[in-house]
Write a protein that binds this ligand. Structure first.
Ligand code: UDP
Ligand code: MG
Length: 319
């Protein structure tokens, strides 16, 4: 798995942590993360992006910053979503290697040691892959599996299943990511799009230590729709072929009816079959229109070209 290449000489490691309503997670998170980073014997910075928290997350972060000045806080003006918060973190990193990590300790900080080690051996991206999703319920596991299957069947480049945002990226990768200006930010797809030499590091995902997940089933569904429409136009193209198949079948059926009428004369009964066909095609057309609408909605968002996030205030010692 390890490609042969020049070893990297690290000087600074940047950690990015997006937080939304994580007041109870902040203290245990730093208590576990800081010893790991201090043991690495390299300089580090922790960029905490406060994504419109309604609770005391910001105060807790400021208290942690009093004790450790290498913690930088970027306070967003409202909730922009995890993907936007991550983008904000990426834009502000200064390190030669960057690692996004969740605040809820589902991504074990101890893994950072192995990630840095693999990076020092020359990997440009080190992906932490969940070998065990038992922390998720059956429905989440199954839907995740179907999503990866569908996405990889119709999108290029494919994404590696069970790999989240927890990964190490070399500076080169981060600079490449910064060149992607899109507003619809499906990070899994964006990460995979930029490429680079990747290695996989398996790990078991822990359950959330405090608080609760910010991703409801509805939000996950929308997230999946974003993923598919951002990286594939197959759902649009399907309608050409479906339309062709239906037109051909209708032509054949029409010819049959005309032939039968010519041979056997007029035949009036047929209300049931007529209404079924009308309703069926009405439905099919609406689905097609809906799919086209999904893409138009995304074009609408992109053309407005609004910033991905707005920072209210920064708390950092950066020269
Ligand atoms: N998060 C965020 N903005 C949001 C939702 C989540 O910054 O709008 C952060 C959250 O605080 C956490 C990370 O993203 O640090 C992962 O969120 P969560 O644990 O809810 O996701 P899950 O692990 O359930 O996929
Ligand atoms: Mg979580």
């Amino acid at each position: 798995m390890f490609p042969k290449c020049e070893p990297h000489q690290p000087t600074m490691l940047s950690i990015i942590c997006p937080l939304r309503d994580e007041e109870d997670s902040v203290q245990p998170f730093f208590a576990r993360l800081l010893p790991v980073l201090k043991d690495l014997e390299l300089d580090f910075e922790i960029i905490c992006v406060n994504d419109g928290s309604q609770d005391k997350t910001l105060e807790r972060l400021q208290a942690a910053r009093e004790l450790e000045s290498r913690i930088r806080i970027l306070d967003l003006s409202r909730n922009f979503g995890k993907e936007a918060a991550l983008t904000c973190g990426l834009d502000h990193t200064r390190g030669q290697a960057v690692i996004p990590i969740d605040a809820d300790l589902q991504d074990p900080p101890e893994l950072i040691v192995d990630m840095v080690h693999m990076w020092q051996q020359g990997c440009e991206v080190v992906l932490a892959q969940r070998t065990d999703r038992s922390s998720d319920n059956w429905l989440k596991r199954k839907t995740a599996e179907w999503f990866y299957r569908l996405h990889n069947a119709i999108s290029r480049p494919t994404i590696i299943p069970n790999v989240g945002d927890f990964r190490l990226m070399d500076r080169k990768v981060v600079e490449a990511l910064k060149m992607l200006p899109e507003r619809g930010r499906f990070m899994k797809g964006i990460f995979s799009w930029v490429g680079f030499r990747q290695a996989i590091l398996p790990y078991a995902r822990d359950v959330r230590k405090t608080g609760k997940s910010k991703f409801s089933t509805w939000r996950l569904w929308n997230f999946a729709m974003d993923g598919i429409t951002s990286f594939s136009t197959v759902p649009l193209r399907i309608w050409t072929y479906l339309g062709l198949a239906i037109a051909l079948a209708s032509f054949a059926y029409g010819s049959f009816i005309v032939g039968r009428t010519l041979i056997f004369g007029r035949d009036f009964p047929g209300y049931a079959s007529l209404i079924t066909v009308i309703l069926f095609f009405g439905g099919v057309q609406l689905i097609g229109l809906g799919v086209v609408g999904e893409y138009i909605g995304r074009i609408h968002t992109e053309t407005k070209a609004r910033p991905i996030y707005v920072v209210r205030e920064r708390f950092e010692d950066v020269t």
